[in-house]
Design a protein around this ligand. Sequence first.
Ligand code: GLA
Length: 737
Amino acid sequence: MGSMISISDDKVFALTNAEFSYVFRVLDEGLLQHVYYGAPIAHAEELASHFRVDRGATSHFQGVPNLNLNDLPQEYPTFGTSDYRRPALHGVNADGNSVFTLKYVRHTVTIDKPDLDGLPSARGGESETLIIYLADPLHGLEVELFYTIYQNYGVLARSSVVRNSGKAPVDLTHIMSSTIDLPPDDYDVLHLHGTWSREFNAERTKLPMGRFEIDSARSTSSAAHNPFLAVMERGATETSGNVFASTLIYSGNFSLSVETGEFEDVRVLAGINPFNFAWHLAPNEAFYTPEALHVFTPYGLRGMSRIWHRFIQNKVSPERFRNIARPTYLNTWEAAYFDIDEAKVLTLADKAKDVGVQMLVLDDGWFEGRRDDTSSLGDWTADMARFPSGIPALAARVRAKGLKFGLWIEPEMVSPNSQLFEDHPDWALQVPERKPSLGRNQLTLDFTRKEVVDNIYDQIEALLACGDIDYVKWDMNRNMTEAGSTALPKGRQLEVPHRYMLGLYGLLRRLMEAYPDVLFETCASGGNRFDLGMLSFMPQGWISDMSDPIGRLAIINGASYLYPLDVMTAYIGPSPSHQNGRISSIKTRYNAGALCAAKGISLNSLDIDTDVDLLRELMRLAANTSGDFIGGEFTRLISDDTQICWQYITRDRRTIYVAYFHILSAPNLPFRRANLADLDPVAAYELQEDGTIYHGDTLMQHGLALPYVTCGQPQAGVRYMDRGDFASHLFVLRRKR
Ligand code: GLA
């Protein structure tokens, strides 16, 4: 591997692979100046340095003529020494002021990628890491900036470590993972916003002067704003134009912001949300930020998603489940809700077996006293009235039918009405003298405390130790409020949300190590904590509670900007939909999730009986093809208000799936085609439904004829969409030879 990191004698650092170059330098004053981020450049030494001019009415950094930090692109800026924009690092030092000056001390380059202390991070391999050491000797503050570049990915991974090597504590409020100062241009910003059951709406908007920020202060990454933001050239499209995109491997309070300064340069900051955050850094202590990932591509949003998807598949998702087909499943939630018992589970298991489903998942309602959502979280033993055999025996009976067995838990929560809370009222997050604000009638456990995490570990272990639980759905159904800890002193209460995340990640790490073969699925009322932090431990996630297919299409489409469909689960839920009342066909309910890695059903016995033949057909198809939907390449071909068309090429590039959805029917519509992408232009592909052979160039340039949407009488020789609203069609093409 040739070195991807070059360092000149005058300290110009250039990170270059086939996808991008990232360049910065050390100024004579010791400050780090950002120089370039974009398409690869071979001669970083030729990059023009920033002009120093007296623009008028500006401040000059610590006596250096015309060095105005407000006008200087930087790598890890601080506040109070002529830069007035939001900084990477901010806080109060022992003198009571907030002025820090970080200067270059030294650097190291390591092959591969070090782990982050206590936090999940992308895996290394064919990578190199540059570490820059900065220091402010006046306050004994040291900062290490980590930059990892990969041989085969357009991804730059960044994080920072702040150490207190001084004699006095420092109270920090901003400890960002990364700053990227982009040059002036006309930019748009793309982000994903939403709420419960309507997650992942993509909004593209003109980047304003001033600040644009998405963040979370809910202590979950949240459905309101997924931790993803892309700054793109105004003219960039789905297939062309420069895009700079960022995300974080973190599941708690985050901030992604873009600030257009007075000289129109654009600062992207990524990290823990500085709002309502403080960290008391005592002498000899260090703080590790979460890892930020940045993508550059000149190939528009499709190019961006390609890079994210491949990187998440290979470097973020747990290695143990890489390229492993996921079982199809029947989940009891929308089949029975809390009206569940052993007999019903066994009946549903028989139904599941009959329609060819591979796993029975027992969702909420199985533990002591849990008959609705007002009680019992924290008491993870079976309700003996309804599950007299206990979970291990039930799991064994389900498995004896030739199925896998999965179980729902919500380990981070406690109901005020539970034994755990009665025994340990101080184990819930709380602040003194305030009545707690409940969410779904529950409180959040204080995972900053080791004894709380240990108790939950032991309870989960007591379940998993039987060896018959193949899958766990890990839910989390409220945002935090009154997020204080009885175990931490007054001065450290604003550390609680991040300490909580460290406790959670520690618990997950222990569990994954002890039970490497259990398939974990992350869920938080659907997509309230769908992020790369959770997805680095768990190979899949329940992206939304919206199981109506049309509602879900938009959610999958939006999420696909960042996440591959490998990490998404989908099931055929009831119709009319319990979320929006829409009536839709079983076929469209299947097709909406057809390209997701994990598929199943959540239907009651009656609904299964009504459509048993079709369900058999679809669940067998799902089981037989589930290996196809891991590690392949997903592309958004068309997404507008009336239609969605997605393409998926399997890992071996031999099978192409094209899923087409027409939302509302109408008369006399145009004949439409979809131009497929990234096929082999000279290869022949056979359309499975009628045996027609098309070559790759035909399918890409002329396109695949989409079924005609009409209300009129069918005629011979025309490929029709199903009649009426919410129609869908799944094409399969196989490469010949
Ligand atoms: C959350 C999940 C659902 C289901 C319920 C159970 O809402 O998103 O899928 O598991 O909890 O209470």
